[in-house]
Design a protein around this ligand. Structure first.
Ligand code: GRF
Length: 203
């Protein structure tokens, strides 16, 4: 399968996915690593590891719609089977999401549907939850509310700060996203009519 990975910064999730593809020789062609910011550190990593790296600077577009139209054209030219958002900090417009219906996947650092939006670790701490985690889900026009493919959970420990929580969660994000990519490569992820996801033969 062909996947495009979209990042905005460090790109540690993208790195984990690329390393999994290489280490396990998955039948996955990462056709591009695209960032909306030219200074994204993940772009340097991608280039250094022989991946196609691209920038579509949202600042150069007069409107969200214009950016989305350019992104759509850039992605259509590559014809990816899936578009994996990995620390991509732009909200995609409904038209773009509908155009790629069922092919855009995101990782969100909370156990959705709890704590959609930003500052999820702060939300978890302020609500006093005892379990936090990440969610890999299909992207739909409604932000952070698409069909859930996989989740990973971590305990919230006494004395946790947003930083310690984020640090404990990050390797779990990498493991969960890599597992989803394996399933995608095996063609086992199915979006059901009722909006839930089934993974054929999931262990
Ligand atoms: C991660 O916590 C991810 O869940 C969120 O953005 C953060 C950045 O991740 N979406 P990365 O290192 O850029 O992949």
């Amino acid at each position: 399968i062909r996947v495009a990975i979209l990042i905005s910064g460090r790109g540690s999730n993208m790195q984990a996915l690329a390393e999994t593809v290489a280490a396990e020789d998955l039948p996955v062609d990462i056709c591009t690593v695209l960032s909306n910011r030219a200074d994204a550190a993940g772009l340097d990593w991608a280039r250094a590891h022989g991946l196609h790296a691209d920038v579509l600077a949202h600042r150069e577009f007069g409107s969200r719609d214009a950016f989305d139209a350019a992104l759509r054209a850039r992605l259509d030219a590559l014809a990816p089977d899936y578009i994996l958002l990995a620390g991509f900090m732009r909200v995609l417009g409904a038209d773009l999401v509908r155009h790629f219906e069922g092919r855009i996947i995101n990782i969100h650092p909370s156990l959705l549907p709890v704590f959609p939006g930003l500052h999820t670790h702060e939300q978890a701490l302020s609500q006093g939850v005892q379990w936090h985690g990440c969610t890999v889900h299909f992207v739909t026009p409604e932000l952070d509310h698409g069909p859930i493919i996989a989740q990973g959970a971590i305990p919230v420990l006494d004395g946790d700060t947003p930083d310690t929580l984020a640090a404990r969660l990050l390797p779990v994000e990498h493991r969960v996203y890599a597992q989803v990519l394996r399933w995608l490569a095996q063609g086992r992820v199915q979006l059901l009519a009722d909006g839930r996801v089934s993974v054929a033969g999931a262990a």
